[in-house]
Each structure stands twice: as structure tokens, then as C-alpha cells.
Write a protein that binds this ligand. Structure first.
Ligand SMILES: Cc1cc2nc3c(=O)[nH]c(=O)nc-3n(C[C@H](O)[C@H](O)[C@H](O)COP(=O)(O)OP(=O)(O)OC[C@H]3O[C@@H](n4cnc5c(N)ncnc54)[C@H](O)[C@@H]3O)c2cc1C
Length: 460
């Protein structure tokens, strides 16, 4: 089959790219080997955020008395219904993507595993497709660490945990980063005993220490056991399910649970693409090497989304599509390095993040201004009875541009967008301070924090 373009993967970048390319009159084939919508729709953002909404409802119901609302009897969770709700939301989204692609004029949808035959050819089953432009959007999957016992002890990952239709008695989460923390809090609120095991001395070590500490306090406050500095994690068979050996500096050397979730990172789906036949280069971890426009080392081949290692989020994959489409079809010269890194951690209350942490900003060596405020001093949070967390902003003392921010607190995932938009517009803190935010909101305190910023003490 001779085409103008081939798109491998129906994740977050592939389908909208197929839409733009066919809209420009190109004949396109899109190949998907598993589920339309990819990770986000089927085993990532959509089901987890749907289940987190169920978990929050249980949590609020248990706290109802704090608000003067009386709930008769115990609050319990019907996991089968929680699962059915998440399955339904994901299925509607998945079907929407598939319907869109199948109805797209100029787009041929093929089901199957795609692999390169040459720099311009891709094989799907018995069929070989040719095109001068090939776009790789193959995403990633949970990595299985080479820890002792992993082959003998049954364990869950972010996909298989979604199939549980009963609340585990005791879930042991190995990995104290984004995916692990969201599942840990969610299952605790569903009624499971939960232990988080993390090799490093603190949870979510990519964030500033005070953010990690506040998150640890939130999780401990809900009865989640934390075992950090677990230096020598191993899975050990046990009559009650599984146990995880920790070899911690202090505390019990073993934690016994009914289920173990491994949430220790993700790897790209590039090992079975026969990239060598096309000559496409990857780094040591298998991420496809791309330049600032997402072009690979082979002319005519681009890599978008999680598989290029330049982002690990749905919005970064979608932005990859926007960059490639604008450069190819609109004569633009957009670059990945122009985007402000941003993400949220959907524990409750959530952490919204934009730009650098204070640690990263300090490493650049520039003079900094730092401002912060606990959520206990945000009236919207007080009124809602949800005062955990803090907000924090870092700016360049010379240019007065915002370098980064963290909002850990109620509505932090939304409020961070004020900062993100200002950073994307390269606006200074002085511009932001003149905004007139709506009262009462979490966002209204950001200009206040900017007005109270202090020079960061020198390192050390
Ligand atoms: C538990 C969890 C929660 C998450 N929550 C969030 C969140 O709240 N917000 C957020 O922004 N991000 C979240 N993410 C990350 C987000 O899901 C990914 O960043 C996003 O899905 C990446 O999109 P993508 O298009 O690069 O790849 P994917 O969505 O993984 O899509 C790749 C597609 O390619 C297909 N494919 C792979 N290889 C081949 C092949 N050889 N032939 C044919 N088809 C192939 C796959 O089947 C898949 O459908 C979460 C991830 C996880 C695991």
C-alpha cells in the first residue's frame, strides 16, 4: 500500500495528527495493535481519575460530620461498581477515538503490530505499507524491575490493578512516585490497608523536600504506612499473598500484604518496532532520539509522545502533535524546548506543578526570589475545610520571570494554570501582581505570594 504518511499508534498524538494530515489532503494509514486511545484512555489518566473521584466521594462521606452532615451507617465501597464506572468512562472514550478514526476521510485504520521493514516501509501482519513520512506514537508500558522474587510472586501493574473487583486486604505499593501514590491513596480510601515502599529517603524525590514532606503527612494522616529508604527491596512468597522485604535502616524488615503493586517507572514500546531496519537511533533506555522538532535521525521519521522521552504526559504527547503538525503543515518553526514543563499529581488534595523546583532553579546559579504560603492561610481552603498543603513560587530575581511553582492543596491542579499561563507568556511577577483574581479562590493568593517573595538564601 503506497501512502503519503503512516502513523504507528493511536495514543494521544497519532489520532489528531492523522486528522491534520488527512485534512491537508494526504492519504494516511494509522496502525493500532491494542486499544484505541492508548495508555491515557485505557489504563492511565481516564480510569485512574475516574476511580480517584469514587475514592474522594468515600473520603468526603466519612468526613461528612465535620460539615454538619449526618450519614447514617458506615461508608463502604462496592469495588465492582467503582470498576464498572471506570470501565464505562474509558470505554466511551476509546470508542469515540475509534469511531473518529474510522470515519476520517483519507485515513485507513489497520489493526495489528507494526514494525519497520526499511526507512520508508512498515509491516503489519502480511501487509507492507510505504510512505515518505512515518510518525511513531507507540507510548510505553510499566517496567518490571529486575528485583529478586519478581518471577515467583504474583504482582500487579497499572493495568492489571484496574481489573480488581474486590478491595484488597493489604496493598503493598512498591514505588513512591506519581503512579504509586495515586493508587495508594485511592485504595486506602476504598478501605484497604496500604503500605508504600520506596527505595529513596523520601517520597516523590523529584519535588522539593518540603513538598515531599507535606505529601507524606497527607498520606500518613489517612493511615497509609510509609517505608522509605528501603534499600534492598525483594518480593517473597507468603501464605497470605506476598511479602516485600525491605532491609530498611529501621523498622520491620518485611511487610506482608495480600497484593503487591509495582509502580517503579515506565519503559518505551520501542523494543519490538525493528527500528534497526530503519536506522532510527534510541538512547540506552530505548527512548527514540529526537531533535527539538521531534525529528529522528532518519529524515522523514518523527517520534511523538512518551516514546521520545521528552515528556511522560498526555498533554506533552498532544503538544508533540501540535508542534509536528504546525511545522509540517503551517510553515511554523515550533520547538519542544519552548514548552513549560507542567503536570499534576492527583492525590487529594492534588499537587499542580509548573516549571522548575527550587532545587532545579538553584542549580542554575541565578539569584532567586521564593515565596510560599500554607493552605491554612487560603480562605477558600479554610471554607472548604481542606487546608492541607502549601503553595510556593520561585522567580528569577534579575528578570523577575517566574521559574516554577508548586500548588499542593485543594484545587491545586486548576490554580497552577494561572502560573503556567504567565510563564508561557514570559510575563513577570509584576504583571501577575496587577491581575485582579476572583474571591474566594485558591488562585487569588498567587499574586499575594508574589508580593511577599524573599531572596533565596545562598546554597549550603
Ligand atoms: C496509571 C497512569 C496514570 C496516568 N495519569 C496521567 C494523568 O493524569 N495525566 C497525564 O497527563 N498523563 C498521565 N499518564 C501518562 C499518560 O497516560 C501518557 O503520558 C500518555 O498516554 C502518552 O501518550 P502516547 O500517545 O505517547 O502513548 P500511548 O497513550 O501509550 O499510546 C501508544 C499506542 O501505541 C500502540 N502501539 C505501541 N506499539 C505499537 C506497534 N508496534 N504497532 C501498533 N501499535 C502500537 C499502543 O497499543 C498504544 O495504543 C498516566 C499514566 C499511567 C500509567
Amino acid at each position: 500500500m503506497q501512502l503519503d504518511a503512516i502513523v504507528i499508534g493511536a495514543g494521544q498524538a497519532g489520532p489528531p495528527l492523522a486528522g491534520r494530515l488527512t485534512g491537508a489532503g494526504m492519504k494516511v494509514a494509522l496502525i493500532e495493535r491494542a486499544l484505541f486511545g492508548g495508555t491515557c484512555v485505557n489504563t492511565g489518566c481516564t480510569p485512574t481519575k475516574t476511580m480517584i473521584a469514587s475514592a474522594r466521594t468515600a473520603h468526603v462521606a466519612r468526613r461528612a460530620r465535620d460539615y454538619g452532615v449526618l450519614v447514617d451507617g458506615a461508608v463502604t465501597v462496592d469495588m465492582a461498581r467503582v470498576k464498572a464506572r471506570a470501565d464505562g468512562v474509558a470505554a466511551r472514550s476509546r470508542e469515540g477515538v475509534e469511531r473518529w478514526l474510522r470515519g476520517m476521510p483519507g485515513c485507513t485504520v489497520l489493526r495489528g503490530h507494526a514494525a519497520f521493514e526499511s526507512p520508508t516501509q512498515v509491516r503489519v501482519g502480511g501487509e507492507v505499507l510505504s510512505a515518505p513520512r512515518i510518525f511513531i506514537n507507540v507510548g510505553g508500558r510499566a517496567s518490571v524491575p529486575r528485583m529478586p522474587g519478581v518471577g515467583e510472586v504474583p504482582h500487579l501493574d497499572n493495568s492489571s490493578i484496574l481489573a480488581l473487583d474486590r478491595v484488597p486486604e493489604h496493598l503493598v505499593v512498591v514505588g513512591g512516585s506519581y503512579v504509586g501514590l495515586e493508587f495508594a491513596q485511592m485504595f486506602r480510601r476504598f478501605g484497604a490497608a496500604v503500605t508504600i515502599v520506596e527505595m529513596l529517603p523520601r517520597l516523590i524525590p523529584r519535588e522539593d523536600a518540603e513538598i515531599s514532606a507535606a505529601i507524606e503527612e497527607i498520606l500518613r494522616g489517612e493511615g497509609i504506612a510509609l517505608r522509605t529508604s528501603a534499600k534492598c527491596i525483594a518480593l517473597v512468597p507468603h501464605a497470605r499473598g506476598a511479602s516485600v522485604s525491605l532491609d530498611c535502616a529501621d523498622g520491620e524488615p518485611l511487610v506482608v500484604g495480600s497484593h503487591v503493586l509495582l509502580a517503579v517507572g515506565r519503559r518505551p514500546n520501542t523494543d519490538d518496532l525493528a527500528l534497526d531496519r530503519a536506522g532510527v537511533a534510541t538512547d540506552a533506555r530505548g527512548f527514540i532520539t529526537v531533535d527539538d522538532t521531534l525529528a529522528t535521525n532518519v529524515p522523514g521519521i518523527w517520534a511523538l509522545g512518551d516514546c521520545n522521552g521528552r515528556g511522560a504526559f498526555t498533554h506533552t504527547a498532544y503538544n508533540d502533535f501540535e508542534i509536528v503538525a504546525a511545522n509540517l503543515l503551517d510553515g511554523a518553526s515550533r520547538r519542544v524546548s519552548e514548552r513549560v514543563p507542567a503536570y499534576a499529581l492527583y492525590i487529594d488534595p492534588p499537587l499542580g506543578r509548573a516549571g522548575m523546583t527550587e532545587t532545579e532553579a538553584r542549580a542554575t546559579g541565578r539569584p532567586l526570589l521564593v515565596g510560599s504560603r500554607p493552605m491554612t492561610r487560603v480562605s477558600r481552603a479554610v471554607e472548604k475545610g481542606e487546608t492541607q498543603g502549601l503553595m510556593k513560587v520561585i522567580a528569577d530575581a534579575r528578570t523577575r520571570e517566574i521559574l516554577g511553582a508548586a500548588i499542593l492543596g485543594v484545587d491545586g491542579d486548576e490554580a497552577i494554570h494561572g502560573v503556567l499561563d504567565m510563564m508561557s507568556a514570559h510575563a513577570t511577577i509584576d504583571v501577575y501582581r496587577r491581575a485582579v483574581p476572583i474571591h474566594p479562590t485558591v488562585s487569588e493568593l498567587i499574586p499575594t505570594v508574589l508580593g511577599e517573595m524573599k531572596p533565596a538564601p545562598p546554597p549550603g
